[in-house]
Write a protein that binds this ligand. Structure first.
Ligand code: SAH
Length: 568
């Protein structure tokens, strides 16, 4: 197979990013814009050793899953990779993707018994779900194109060239007006777009946030500079050049946008693909917008993470709350808590919630949000989850009934997972936006005795290839849990105490007393009988350790075994 060769193929499946997959002589070919069931003429654009990429040249016979995208830019834009696929099929694929990752990467057994059906977005009045206009946040790149025009819109798939966009169907309508106005404004005041090739120019991105329930709007210009200026801050073409305060002109330009509550600038002077810099300056209105999820009110500032699809977020959090199964007294940790959205949601049903988040502004928002809602059983910590949690655990022997994690796509850091295992909460509720890293982390938690009980995908990102998932993991019965620790423990055994191995004691107890006992119980009884056990081996990890204690009946049986082997 070579580049530019054409083939007629049948698309059989979706790839991980929603592209179609067909086969030529047994070799997989990934073809964007195709759907399982399509008969397509494709051209090879890249041939690797074991797979290839193709481009759709002609649709010979369309799949029954195809629909006409509502957006004219759908095929070129890198955003809506699935807009040409019926919503039902999108959901089915996302459900499968989560299932397959957990089964293959996560090694989860009996996965089908654990999967709940994906929670999809609601149909419109016509009964169809178009999954449009749902986002509350947009980040439009700004560029000058090769003809010198200012373009604002979206990156074309896998490139950094911007498609000029008048409308984005994922965003609220008000964005269309904001973009139109800003394009005109930049032309008029000669505000230069950023040029990433030579790191010159000023405006890099336009960030907007909308409070879907409150209608509040934030517009934030991301600048390669500290101030918004036009050409030397002066108006072009005027006979007598006079100083114009471009920032004030911007306020005037945007002030009649319905719902406008905040106009701000973000400073990002780095040569980077990261969209936002660390500093913001409000030039008009509040530093934040407000919105609600359920009954909880949230203040959201430009740098803070906030779920992009609030309607679906409510369902996502309700599922997380259901899985947390709080009765009112529990101590809960919420790692990667952002502005405290999940923390405050859970706090209504828990004894106490502790949130950890790395972005300081988000924690400021989180604390404000707690005050705003009169919620006082929450505490927030700034820092990396993998640093804050172990440090707190070492220092105070911190305890948790339930730990909720909601990490970014790269998943949890190993140190965070290890501390979770050591803290040994009854339940871990994992909220994930990437099924592959979710599955990897689930596997790590399994080595610490956690078993997947329920899985529920939630479609937060209709028409895109992303999917959100909530997973409930519970601690296995103590007898099962200990198996993992044992292997290490047995290596620690000194020859003096290795008269009978843990396995021999277990066998004896099972045969003679019909009881299954764990290594933890054996070590507890040994310690009680004054027999040394390996250092650190199954010692309680803190004073108020929650390790299960050996029941009397099993203690008796173990003592009998120790007696039998001449150890006491
Ligand atoms: N639970 C929140 C936010 C989830 S997004 C919500 O539902 O709104 C993930 C969050 O993790 C972001 O706010 C991000 O800033 C934060 N984050 C990223 N890496 C982190 C780390 N190592 N430790 C703690 N927080 C981190």
């Amino acid at each position: 197979m070579e580049k530019n060769q054409e083939f007629d193929i049948t698309i059989e499946d979706f790839g991980d990013n929603g592209e179609g997959i067909g086969h030529i002589d047994g070799m997989a070919v990934f073809v964007k814009d195709t759907v399982p069931g399509d008969e397509a003429r494709i051209k090879i654009v890249k041939a690797k050793k074991n797979y290839a990429y193709g481009r759709l040249m002609k649709l010979l016979s369309p799949s029954s899953y195809r629909v006409e995208p509502i957006c004219p830019h759908a095929r070129r834009c890198g955003g809506c990779t699935l807009m040409h696929v019926s919503y039902e099929k999108q959901l089915a694929w996302k459900q499968d993707r989560v299932r397959n990752c957990l089964k293959r990467i996560g090694g989860v057994e009996d996965i089908d018994d654990k999967m709940e059906p994906i929670i999809g977005m609601q149909p419109g009045p016509d009964g169809r779900t178009l999954a449009v206009r749902y986002r509350n946040k947009a980040q439009f790149p700004v560029q000058r194109d090769k003809d010198g025009r200012i373009v604002i819109g979206f990156y074309a798939g896998r490139t950094h060239s911007v498609i000029d966009t008048d409308v984005c169907y994922l965003q609220a309508e008000v964005n269309d007006e904001i973009i139109r106005k800003l394009r005109r404004f930049m032309e008029e005041y000669v505000v230069e777009p950023y040029n990433e090739e030579n790191h010159t120019g000023l405006v890099r991105h336009i960030l907007t946030r909308i409070g879907k329930r409150t209608g509040e709007v934030m517009v934030c210009l991301v600048l390669n500079g500290r101030e918004l200026t036009g050409k030397q801050g002066k108006r072009r073409n005027s006979s007598q050049e006079k100083y114009i305060n471009v920032e004030q002109e911007l306020v005037r330009c945007l002030q009649d946008i319905p719902g406008i509550a905040s106009i701000c600038l973000n400073i990002n002077e780095e040569k980077t693909n990261r969209i936002l810099g660390e500093q913001c300056r409000t030039i008009w209105g509040q530093d934040y917008i407000t919105d609600y999820i359920g009954d909880v009110k949230y203040q959201i500032s430009p740098l803070s993470f906030y779920q992009v699809n609030p309607k679906q977020t409510e369902k996502l959090y309700a599922k997380a709350l259901e899985y947390a199964d709080l009765q009112g007294q529990e101590t809960v940790w919420d790692l990667y808590c952002g502005i405290g959205t999940i923390s405050l949601f859970l706090a209504q049903k828990a004894g106490k919630v502790m949130g950890v988040e790395v972005v300081p502004q988000a924690i400021e928002d989180a604390r404000n949000n707690a005050r705003l809602n009169g919620i006082d059983n929450v505490e927030f910590f700034v820092g990396k989850a993998e640093e804050v949690l172990p440090a707190r655990y070492e220092k105070t022997g911190e305890y948790a009934d339930v730990i909720v994690v909601d990490p970014p796509r790269k998943g949890c850091d190993k140190a965070a997972l290890e501390t979770i295992i050591r803290m040994s909460p009854k339940r871990v509720v994992y909220v994930s936006c990437d099924p592959a890293t979710l599955a990897r982390d689930v596997k790590i938690l399994a080595t610490g005795g956690y078993e997947v009980k329920r899985v529920c995908p939630v479609d937060q990102f209709g028409n895109s290839g992303h999917v959100e998932t909530v997973v409930l993991l519970s601690q296995r019965k103590p007898d099962d849990v200990i198996e993992v620790e044992i292997e290490l423990g047995e290596m620690d055994l000194t020859s003096a105490e290795s008269k009978a191995t843990y396995a021999e004691i277990k066998d004896y107890v099972l045969k003679e007393h019909g009881l299954k006992v764990s290594n933890l119980y054996i070590s507890q009884v040994k310690r009680k009988c004054g027999i040394e056990v390996g250092e650190n081996y199954n010692l309680p990890k803190s004073e108020d350790s929650r390790q299960p204690q050996c029941p009397e009946e099993k203690e008796k049986a173990i003592k009998d075994a120790l007696d039998h082997f001449g150890m006491i």
